[in-house]
Design a protein around this ligand. Structure first.
Ligand code: GUN
Length: 301
């Protein structure tokens, strides 16, 4: 039988959170209390679960969380007002706007309204641009978590051929940017790609983020590939509802060197990196405030 590694996202996330907890403790010793504002508009059931988990995890690591639940008929202007208030509030270090927003709202405008230094999701164009230039910025949480799992599993990523399936702003595009920064050769496949299967079969690393249940089976994979499955799809399986990824796990397993399960793979990493980004943001804001207050005062006379 083929020997494969099951990549344990829960254990990896727990390791990241232990370090986050230590960082929060050391910030508190300097009288800095990291705080995260979480905004949920409407009552999408999956979003409600995600937000609850984010708030629980924040409490566990000592990050103060402030929840803002807005009704489904909230206007974009009302949301922008709340974001402006949170931007101006020095006690808030990170702002998370849970997506998707209700269809009538202007999602892009809302994301652009979040102060870039509080944008713990890394979705503001300033952070997106910085990431694409290879600068160290607040990077999106799910791709950051995937990269961490890859580094833990493969060690050196330099020169490896990574195929990212999916080109969303949340996962596919930032994932490609992070892999490029790690010196991988990167191919991005999407719904209009020709010969997607044949291209994917050349990959040392496959990141599946398409949102199509069990699309990627053994015929897409080179023997010995490392597979990260970002998909979380709820399906009806013989009358029972269950979660599956974008990868057909049972079909892929005999072909891979390593693979993430769903659930228990990438999911816990997203929240762990949200906590990490919140601490990074808190530290950066306090350093910026300190250097402002220490700057010499120049008299104009
Ligand atoms: N909805 C699905 N994934 C995400 C995410 O990573 N961040 C936010 N804000 N909303 C999401």
């Amino acid at each position: 039988m083929n020997a494969y590694t099951l990549i344990d996202g829960k254990a990896a996330a727990a390791r990241v959170l232990v370090q986050v907890r230590k960082d929060v403790d050391s910030l508190r010793e300097q009288d800095i209390q990291p705080a995260l504002a979480v905004i949920l508009v409407g009552c999408d059931p999956a979003s409600q679960v995600y937000v609850r988990n984010k708030i629980l995890r924040a409490e566990e690591v000592g990050i103060r969380s402030v929840e803002h639940r807005l009704s489904p008929d909230t206007s974009t202007a009302q949301l922008l007002n709340l974001i402006a208030t949170l931007n101006a509030d020095r006690s808030i270090n990170g702002i998370l706007l849970q997506l998707p927003l209700p269809a009538h709202m202007d999602e892009l405008r809302a994301l652009e309204a979040i102060a870039p230094d509080k944008d713990v999701d890394g979705f503001h164009s300033q952070n997106v641009g910085g990431l694409s230039q290879g600068r160290t910025v607040l990077a999106p949480c799910t791709p950051s978590g995937c990269l961490y799992l890859l580094e833990q599993t493969c060690g050196d990523l330099r020169g490896k051929h990574a195929v990212v399936i999916g080109r969303s702003n949340i996962v596919g595009k930032p994932m490609a940017a992070l892999l490029l920064k790690a010196d991988c050769s990167v191919t991005v496949l999407h719904s209009r790609s020709r010969d997607a299967q044949a291209l994917c079969r050349q990959a040392d690393i496959v990141i599946a983020a398409v949102g199509r249940p069990r699309l990627i089976n053994a015929s897409w994979l080179k023997p010995g590939a490392v597979v990260i499955d970002v998909g979380i799809n709820r399906i009806d399986d013989a009358g029972r509802s269950r979660l599956v990824g974008d990868v057909d796990f049972d079909s892929a397993l005999p072909h891979v060197a390593a693979i993430t399960p769903v659930p228990g793979g990438v999911g816990p990493m997203t929240i762990a990196f949200l906590m990490k980004n919140t601490v990074t943001a808190a530290l950066a804001q306090h350093q910026a405030q300190r250097s402002q207050s220490e700057a010499p005062c120049h008299s104009i006379y």
